[in-house]
Design a protein around this ligand. Structure first.
Ligand SMILES: [Zn+2]
Length: 427
């Protein structure tokens, strides 16, 4: 537990001390908004936040609202720690609540979501939120000043995917589909989040069937993920690992870590296991790459069940109060990330095929919890069958782990280059 907290502090930077109030600089006016506590989490009142920004809150239904901000529209539900956007659902960190006639929103909506999706700028040191399109000097004006509607800040704000109001200029299309940095200049380094499957009490699969020595999935995934991180850094990509030690990270937190660190890609590394009811299960071999969608075949559902099993190792405190899986998967069905993720999966699958001794089992889709909370192209790679003696030995070999890591890293970099050409963030 201590380890877990230490790691959480590590990936989130310095311990987070919420401000007493934040200064909101909007096109309408500037106002101080008090930071309140909601179930122990920092939060703000929706009405106080919206007024200076010229935003509007409309009730759609019981416990459901549309939050219309300049350049960003969110679907908010009472008690659900996700917000709906035109690009799918995004995690909020904590659930909004309707308290005594007032909608209270988690502070992370202001500090993370609005900057990432709506082109707002949040300065943590000054505890100041500046509205999208409000000129920079507005930030230094004294509180209470009334500002004229300012011109948009380009091109930073223009590259941000907006919920409605399409942003002018050629850079507005195509929309940037990843959950990465809201605005990226050509020189910016990409961030890949590397997730070593399982860990701590959750050992994952073990094998091989009929083999003398036993391998555990959590050890193989950590070894490969660590090499993958190095291989990516060697290729000029910044890397965040969800775990670097033998520890348990809740499935939902893995994606949240990725979002917090503004990852561009999420790669989850796993080891496959044959169904013991198969005829001669020890002979099953090969590698496959999944992206998030509803499982299509019984075999895909088997892998989905197996990887989602880790939830039972998580304490109730780790688990989300409302299970958003069904809601999210529905939302993700129209999500642009699906195309991006399936393209990424195909690239990885092709690349691994050049070194893997087993057959390619192809690109597949399933509803992995670990991918649900990652708001960016995300894939889960089953690097081989740990139940097969030959593949278990192959994956345990350090030189082979290096080879697997290099091929996945190569594929990720190839995908990123292709993606940048497509959206034109490189000159
Ligand atoms: Zn696994």
């Amino acid at each position: 537990m201590i380890l877990l907290c230490a790691l959480a502090a590590l990936v989130q930077g310095a311990p987070f001390e919420p401000p007493v109030s934040i200064r909101v600089v909007g096109a309408a006016r500037t106002a101080m908004v008090a930071v309140v506590r909601l179930e122990g989490q920092p939060a703000v009142r929706a009405d106080e936040l919206l007024a200076p920004l010229g935003g509007r809150l409309s009730r759609i239904d019981e416990g459901r609202w549309t939050l219309a901000l300049p350049g960003l529209t969110l679907d908010i539900r009472d008690g659900l720690p996700f917000a709906g956007t035109v690009n799918g659902a995004v995690p909020l960190g904590a659930a909004p609540r309707w308290v005594a006639g007032v909608l209270v929103l988690p502070l992370s909506l202001v500090t993370e979501l609005m900057p990432r999706l709506g082109g707002f700028r949040y300065d943590a040191a000054r505890a100041e939120l500046v509205g999208a399109g409000v000129v920079a000097r507005a930030a230094s004006e004294p509180s209470g000043t009334v500002f004229a509607r300012a011109s948009r800040v380009a091109p930073a704000a223009a590259t941000v995917p907006t919920a409605e109001a399409p942003t002018p200029g050629p850079r507005a299309t195509p929309r940037r589909p990843t959950g990465g940095k809201a605005a990226r200049s050509p020189g910016d380094r990409r961030i890949v989040v590397v997730d070593a499957g399982h860990g701590g009490p959750d050992r994952g699969m073990h094998g091989p069937i009929g083999g003398r020595s036993t391998i555990y999935e959590k050890d193989i995934t950590l070894a490969v993920a660590t090499r993958l991180a190095d291989a990516l850094r060697d290729r000029g990509v910044d890397v965040i690992m969800t775990r670097t030690t033998d520890t348990l990270i809740a499935l939902s937190d893995r994606g949240r870590i990725a979002n917090r660190m503004r990852g561009d890609l999420f790669l989850s590394v796993h080891v496959n296991a044959a169904n013991p009811h198969w005829r001669d299960p020890g002979t099953a071999r090969g590698f496959e790459t999944y992206f998030l969608a509803e499982a299509k075949t019984e075999d895909d559902r088997r892998v989905e069940r197996m990887e989602n099993e880790a939830v039972r190792f998580e304490t109730s405190a780790d688990a989300p109060k409302n299970d958003p899986l069904a809601f999210i998967i529905n939302d993700m069905a129209q999500n642009e990330h699906l195309r991006e993720s399936s393209d990424l999966a195909a690239t990885i699958q092709r690349s691994l095929g050049t070194v893997h001794p087993g057959p390619s089992r192809g690109v597949k889709q399933a509803g992995f919890r670990v991918l649900v909370t990652a708001y960016m192209p995300a894939v889960l790679i089953e690097i081989g069958f740990g139940t097969n003696p030959a593949e278990a030995a192959w994956m345990s070999d350090e030189a082979k782990q290096q080879l697997i890591a290099a091929r996945i890293a190569g594929a990720a970099v190839e995908y990123l280059a292709r993606y940048e050409r497509r959206v034109g963030t490189t000159p």
